[in-house]
Design a protein around this ligand. Structure first.
Ligand code: IVH
Length: 668
């Protein structure tokens, strides 16, 4: 009986998922959905023998894989030949027309800039999701793909038994920016572009993390042994019925073209309009609609003869190089930055461009005053792609990469195999010390209250602080040497530092600022090794045993702990009473599981971050704006009027801080 219920729930929840994510027409409330999902989860816990990787409960991820299995594609994943201008497109269309011997109908589509994926369904169940790999075999990333809300795990009755659907896994600009903001807040390197982010996310070992990262997919190709389609657009419409995300025809993301003029019109439209799309594209794809003709024309070894990619020119602008400044990071890395005459590029004013490293300066043969081309090519910070040599003044001086640190004057070093120069004077170089201390006291690290950048600046300039432990050794008399530090501010600073001694071990580890050890990595390491002592003695192999931690991080940790100075610093911090042992978090539960919260206003028992953490630690989710999916508006003092109105209009439940505290059993 309960097993019957279990299967009925799975079927029903698949239908509801489709209605919600694909058709945008839910027929039950989120609360009802969650209650059914919880019921299903309880039954699945009771009957582990009927585990199904495609169960609606698997969307949240959880499976952790050490390495992805390599699997041969059923049909090779070809690439597309490229064209770069109207002439080349016209020639291709002409050739296809002649070979076909009839007037052609084309599908003009966007070329989504993400990661290609192939999904296999057998008996209407998702059985595999493969990356493109080398085109012949790819990596099985099924556990991660299953967490993408838009991808159906099971197909309706009228879908064929055997089906392969291909498409692109992408980040929308919105999801990409949110991901990078989160990474930067956690002290991790942001991803350079949405494609790298999508690729990195798909290869993560922890699918629960993938589930949180907001990937999307758009499908553009269909194959089936059991179902013949006479046209490409017919196949795409069919898969839409079966629950797959497809491009939006209304928005002209895809268009049927019956002439070269139609095709040119589509390309011209998107060449201009592409910057307004919610995701990145790197061109367009033109495909013959008729599948019979596709088969007749066939493929070359690498690409089909019935389709072509068209690459838009990257948006560039020409401006002048004013100056080159050199930034010293907290790890000592030197980054040259071009200061430019301001110029408009893809909707923003560009004043600076990254030049990456000394090799790049040499390669471009940069001279001061040069007319330079800048491009946004997928990176967030624009880069210089070329120099107009013809415009160079005769007496222009070449840009020579600096040999010494612009801040402390130490001779720069370049490690073998690395492109970046470093200032090796980690102990004394002011921006490095400042960077390290600022990072250490940061809200997300030791959260030392009342210690802003200005205070750190003074402490470093006065030579009072070289490393974090120096802060804890400071007396009231020491503090009084600082400008504007009177009784009250001295007390604040000292209390702030004393208060930071309860900050948990994982944040202490993050606060040390070890290269490549961001917030997430620090958490994983702390949990895995338990103590600083154990971590400091870990070998490369044991470190790489921790999920999602690769050789680069392992190497950086080993290098850090091999230095006497660092070990002494850790001893100092330990003696000052900082946490060096991992403690499983208290106050965690799943009472808010599956509920979505929007937070607004000011709270009396929590900081803004504190209440967010409390929601998450108890299983809830945070959204930034009120929508139909929101369960509760968690309202403090002075809720924004627009949030309030929207919540009322949508019937979102209002939750006060007091009620919230009783739910999570908070006594703080
Ligand atoms: S069709 C045999 N359509 O472009 C034709 N590909 O170089 C296979 N891509 O790796 C591809 N958008 O990941 C097709 N609308 C689209 C596409 C698209 C992006 C990517 C795809 C493939 C590459 C081909």
């Amino acid at each position: 009986m309960s097993l019957e219920r279990l299967h009925a729930l799975r079927t029903a929840l698949h239908v509801h998922n489709r209605r919600y994510y694909v058709e945008d027409q839910p027929t039950i409330s989120d609360a009802e959905f969650d209650s059914l999902l919880r019921e299903l989860q309880a039954l699945e816990d009771q009957y582990p023998e009927v585990f199904d990787p495609n169960s609606p409960t698997q969307r949240v991820g959880g499976a952790v894989v050490k390495s992805f299995e390599t699997v041969a594609h059923k049909r090779p994943m070809l690439s597309l030949s490229n064209s770069y201008n109207a002439q080349e497109v016209a020639e291709f269309v002409q050739r296809a027309q002649t070979s076909a011997g009839e007037a052609l109908s084309w599908s003009a589509e966007l070329k989504y800039d993400g990661v290609a994926i192939s999904l296999w369904y057998e008996d209407r169940q998702l059985v595999r999701a493969l990356t493109r790999g080398d085109g012949v075999k790819g990596d099985d990333v099924s556990v991660n793909i299953r967490t993408l809300q838009g991808i159906p795990l099971t197909l309706p009755e009228d879908a064929p038994n055997e089906l392969e659907v291909r498409g692109e896994v992408i980040y929308t600009h919105e999801a990409f920016e949110a991901l990078n903001a989160r990474r930067e807040a956690e002290g991790q390197e942001p991803f350079a572009n949405p494609r790298n982010a999508a690729s990195g996310t798909l290869k993560m070992q922890d699918s629960a993390e993938v589930a949180k990262r907001g990937l999307s997919a758009i499908m553009y190709a269909v194959f089936s042994e059991d179902h013949a389609f006479s046209r490409h657009d017919e196949a795409i419409r069919a898969i839409q019925q079966w629950g797959f995300p497809i491009p939006d025809r209304q928005k002209r993301w895809v268009e049927t073209c019956n002439s070269l003029a139609d095709l040119e019109n589509f390309l011209a439209y998107w060449d201009k309009e592409r910057q307004h799309l919610p995701f990145m594209i790197d061109g367009a794809v033109l495909k013959i609609e008729s599948t019979a003709l596709q088969q007749r024309l066939g493929n070359t070894a690498k690409s089909p003869r019935w389709a072509i990619a068209y690459k838009f020119n990257a948006e560039t602008a020409c401006t002048h190089l004013h100056e080159v400044v050199y930034q010293v990071g907290r790890t000592g890395a030197i980054t040259p930055v071009a200061v430019l005459d301001p110029v408009w590029l893809s909707g923003t004013v560009v004043k600076r461009a990254s030049i990456h490293n000394s090799d790049q300066i040499a390669k471009l043969d940069l001279h001061f005053g040069d007319a330079v081309w800048v491009e946004k090519g997928g990176e967030i910070i624009p880069k210089i792609t070329g120099v107009e040599l013809g415009q160079r003044a005769q007496d222009a001086l070449p840009v020579n990469f600096i040999s010494h640190c612009p801040d402390c004057g130490t001779a720069l070093e370049r490690r073998k195999g690395e492109a970046q120069h470093y200032c090796p004077n980690a102990k004394e170089c002011p921006p490095q010390i400042k960077g390290r201390i600022e990072h250490f006291v940061h809200r997300r690290a030791m959260d030392v209250e009342g210690m802003g950048a200005e205070t750190v600046d003074q402490l470093v300039q006065l030579g009072m602080v070289h490393q974090p432990s120096d802060l804890y050794a400071m007396t009231a008399l020491d503090w009084s040497r600082l400008d504007k530090f009177k009784t009250k501010s001295i007390q604040n600073a000292m209390e702030g530092l004393a208060g930071s001694k309860v900050i948990p071990f994982e944040r202490v580890l993050f606060a040390l600022g070890i290269r490549h050890v961001g917030e997430t990595v620090a958490k994983k390491l702390a949990k895995y090794f338990g103590t600083m002592e154990a971590l400091s003695k870990a070998t490369t192999e044991t470190i790489e045993n921790v999920g999602d931690i690769g050789p680069m991080i392992a190497q950086s940790l080993l290098a850090y702990f091999s230095e006497d100075e660092n070990r002494l610093e850790i001893d100092e911090l330990r003696q000052h009473g900082l946490q060096m042992t991992f403690q499983a978090a208290e106050g965690t539960s799943d009472v808010l599981k599956g509920k979505s919260f929007v937070i607004s206003g000011v709270f009396s028992h929590f900081t803004r971050d504190g209440i967010k953490a409390a929601v998450e630690q108890n299983g809830g989710k945070i959204a930034s704006s009120v929508s139909g999916k929101t369960d509760y508006l968690l309202a403090g003092e002075g809720v924004g009027p627009s949030k309030r109105a929207k919540a009322e209009a949508l019937g979102v439940q209002w939750l006060t801080e007091e009620v919230f505290r009783t739910w999570i059993g908070s006594t703080n």
